[in-house]
Design a protein around this ligand. Sequence first.
Ligand code: ADP
Ligand code: ZN
Ligand code: ZN
Length: 721
Amino acid sequence: MSPADRVVRVAVPKPLPQQFDYLAAERVPVPGARVRVKFGRQRLVGVCTSVDPADAHDDPAPLEAVLDDHNALGEELFALGQWLADYYHHPLGEVLATLLPAAARRGEPLTERTETVWRLTGSRPDLHRAARQQALLEHLLANGGTATPQALTDAGFSAAVQRSLADKGVVVREHRAAVAPKVAATEPALNLNPEQRQAVDAVAVSDGRFGVTLLEGVTGSGKTEVYLQLIDRVRRAGRQVLVLVPEIALTPQTLSRFVARFGQADTVHSGMTDGQRLDAWMRCRSGAASILIGTRSAVLTPFRNLGLIVVDEEHDGSFKQQDGLRYSARDVAVKRAQTLDIPLLLGSATPSLESLANAAAGRYRHLRLNERAGGARMPAFQLLDIRGHRLDDGISDRLGRIIRGHLDDGGQALVFLNRRGYAPALVCPGCGWQAMCRHCDMRMTVHHQPPALICHHCGHRQPPPNRCGGCGKSDLMAVGLGTQRTEAGLQRQFPDVPIYRIDRDSTRSQRRLEAQFAAIHSGEPAILVGTQMLAKGHHFPAVTLVAVINADSGFLSADFRAPERTAQLIIQVAGRAGRAERPGEVWIQTYQPDNPMLQSLIQDGYPGFAVRELANRHAAGLPPYRPMALIRAEGASADPVRALLQHLQEVMRTTVEDGGIEVLGPVSAPIARRADRVRFQLMVLADTRRPLHRALRAVTASPPRQSGVRWSVDVDPYDTF
Ligand code: ADP
Ligand code: ZN
Ligand code: ZN
């Protein structure tokens, strides 16, 4: 080693707790810069974490290349990476890789792309005989004068029309830095009602300093308007805004409202290419983007000058990453807002019990919007006792008449059930045999469109059998209810009315989803059948009836969050009703009309339900009152999986001896075998965070290996499945 040589410590994207040292001969990277290293026989892109560490390796391998001359993530995001690794007990190298956009992870240079656009010239030849060309000219005039050829194709202008305008000199080709599409800001701010005004003032007067505000506003109360006006202030002050939303594909209206108000907003979502993501990332990092609207992973974007974070529908489960780095975007947002000393606004009609507990403990400011904005009334809730009633594909006679009544009055009906497919089981009435998945300990779901048995847990699919796998008889029966079955039943009962099914099977194509939404928005009488996809943020102004046809199943699930999730779903889906002039009605079919959870939800609304459920959690010693982690393990057979978890349990118990933690298990996971892997789990509960983290660090710092067994830690799990 010559004296000029420096040892560089590198976090590589591998599931290993340690970092690795390399020797830099000429160029020495700064911490946060990406480097290329040889790792075994692989070449990896890692991130430099320090230079000349005190305990440097004596004989490090040479560094292959330095890819950045600066900290690629920026100070704040780089520090956030360290925090994420510590809090979620995930290897730093993998965390840092997660923070980089895919293109950067592969080692591509961090430069802003340019794109080709059409730009209007001053030339205006007579186009009155070329209607499409005239329309394109007007489109460009209305949209800031430039657009990419792709954007114009998407807007319905063919390549030929575009070329014709170019031939006439009306537009020219130009290269420019890729930016978010810009349109004229057309939507003026609304006059806030007093509750909204109070909310805007409360967040704004905090002087731009850190503080979390929980905005609990009933569906349609104008939360979005509160966000928009706050965002406007922050933008005027020259700072950036991050808005997290659950699912962009399902909430195009929210997005279009932002664009209509501000003319421009960057987005990140799963439908984007790597190049588009990198562009948005770079624009946020450089400060060029003023608003970023995105799903979960957007919370990991670097910003130059972030001034506000908004998390819309903060209770939504999609904010929790379910594999790899299992972070909660909401909780990371809190951490970032604190570090950056900026306000955070959490909005929901049905806040998570975590956030409500934080508000009750005085950690968050709690504001409420109790009235619907724009004069619409809240729907009325009614229970429909179906004990002893015959159901026709899930619909009771009484509910059938109620639906008919709403359709006759010119309204739309929304029928909600949280299971897709035709029926959740295929059963032999002769011997009790059930069609099970070959790879999981779970029943196959019957699908009719197209006909198949599908495992909803591993995706295995097979043609429906025509005879029993036990006794060989052929009169197999589909048992239970899914959206396809309810759709078929409604079609039979209401042959004169269009029925739109909206679930993960029917909406694989965004185009079809949009076509369905467009048909629904025409306002003609119709029936909507669907799963929780219908509960997400969409406005269906003509819907006057919401029917929840199997509410009981949700309250009966074993997951400790099931009551919370079910209540949120019911309230959210109910919120789709009566958003316009016509008041809405909500009917809930139940075999358990006296179920105290259902009763409290109906009588006291979500706030009353939440108080009651929080008391249950407190009594049971569960989150949010005690922190929880789950350690999941899986392998080809049970014994080594169980043995590994027993070992981890032992390590954790000897690390925290004073009874500060409780380790339950190992028990079979609720789905004991999935995709041919046997699954077990340990549940770790603690009275405070400190012993929980101490226990988890003990097992992740020097992870035991058991060949063929994979295991992972989930801090603050959302699903205990
Ligand atoms: P939320 O986000 O709470 O569901 P929205 O912000 O979507 O509610 O508002 C519901 C409806 O009320 C929207 O159509 C919106 O334009 C309208 N609205 C919101 N605030 C006002 C206001 N101050 N005055 C009039 N209409 C409003
Ligand atoms: Zn399966
Ligand atoms: Zn049989």
